[in-house]
Ligand binder design. Structure first.
Ligand code: C5P
Length: 318
């Protein structure tokens, strides 16, 4: 720990949406090329890091950030079983990676307040990893080029580079080839969290099977790129679609029902984010989130979110 450093650091670790997502062929390295439009949103975990002499520790707490509806069943509450608590947690993996690359002395005690649902396509784990990188750099008063931080991110997961980058971006390759985009107008959306979850790895495997069956292997990546050439209008980006919506198997019916119920409650263009299971839809201007929450029928938890221009907010604890 550098002398006279802060007593701690607090980082807001924001979730993401994939406004549109087109997946291409599997590559020789086993990953898939994709084209996506990433958008940072206001739903966020909070990571606090305090310096310690050596090693890294992690405590995780859970907070339900869903819109309240009196009497509504509380399905899909965040739970410990969905988040690795040990060394596999992305916070600890990110911290170890940064400490090793920068040869940092001293460790940190991390406390993570989880609000972002897991295995939902919201990039919660990736946001936590990006937050841990930011926290350690601030604790040690070190600055590292964006390019290097993006490379570290990719070592931790395909979505971590965007979690470092933030805002609105076109993602290509595994999602790590990022181009900054301008959002034509900020937007509000409602995210609905089903009771079922999705394993990203399994979703990609299913897609390979399905795609052979459907199209002989090729899904055009073109329209995702053309939408993103200039500034991004949320509605246009959403119309790119999400390839994962076609490989839901036994969840297809549940997804269709959720889309229909979101529309019926006054929301626009429901879309899955990432490989799911969360589904989001735009909240039109002048429509109140309370009205939507009251009109919505079903057990899913709803989160009100808005588009954000940066991935993390770092504050120093004196
Ligand atoms: O990179 P990450 O660990 O988040 O990816 C989880 C799994 O999803 C990978 O092991 C891989 O099977 C699959 N994946 C993929 N193509 C991508 C991203 C992820 O096949 N672009």
């Amino acid at each position: 720990m550098s002398r006279g450093g802060p007593a701690g650091v607090r980082v807001e670790a924001r979730a993401k949406l994939n406004l549109g997502l087109q997946v291409g062929r599997p590559r020789p390295d086993g990953f898939h090329d994709l084209v996506t439009i990433f958008q940072t949103i206001s739903l966020a975990d909070t990571l606090v890091a305090r310096p310690r002499r050596s090693g890294f520790t992690l405590r995780v707490r859970f907070e339900d950030a869903a819109l309240r509806r009196s009497g509504a069943p509380r399905h899909g509450k965040p739970s410990r079983t969905d988040v690795p608590m040990g060394p596999a947690n992305l916070v600890l993996r990110a911290a170890r990676l940064v400490a090793e690359r920068l040869d940092l002395r001293g460790g940190a005690d991390f406390t993570l307040l989880k609000r972002i649902p897991s295995r939902a396509g919201l990039g919660g784990g990736s946001a936590d990893a990006a937050a841990a990188i930011a926290a350690l750099l601030r604790l040690h008063r070190r600055r590292v080029q964006l390019r290097t931080r993006l490379e570290w991110g990719l070592e931790l997961g395909s979505d971590v580079p965007f979690a470092v980058f933030g805002g609105t971006a076109l993602g290509r390759g595994r999602g790590e080839r990022l181009t900054r985009l301008r959002l034509a107008e900020p937007f509000r959306a409602v995210v609905a969290m089903p009771e079922w979850h999705v394993s990203t790895r399994e979703a990609f495997i299913k897609m390979d099977r399905m795609k052979k069956f459907l199209t002989g292997g090729a899904i055009p990546l073109g329209s995702g790129q053309s939408v993103a050439r200039e500034e991004v209008r949320p509605l246009e980006a959403l119309r790119v679609g999400n390839t994962f919506e076609r490989v839901l198997g036994s969840h297809t019916r549940a997804f269709g029902s959720l889309v229909q119920r979101l529309q019926a409650s006054g929301l626009v263009e429901p879309r899955m984010t990432g490989s799911g299971s969360a589904v989001f839809a735009l909240l039109p201007k002048h429509v109140s989130s309370v009205r939507v929450a009251n009109a919505f029928r079903g057990p899913e938890r709803l989160f009100l979110v808005r588009s954000m221009r940066s991935a993390t907010r770092v504050t120093t604890i004196r």
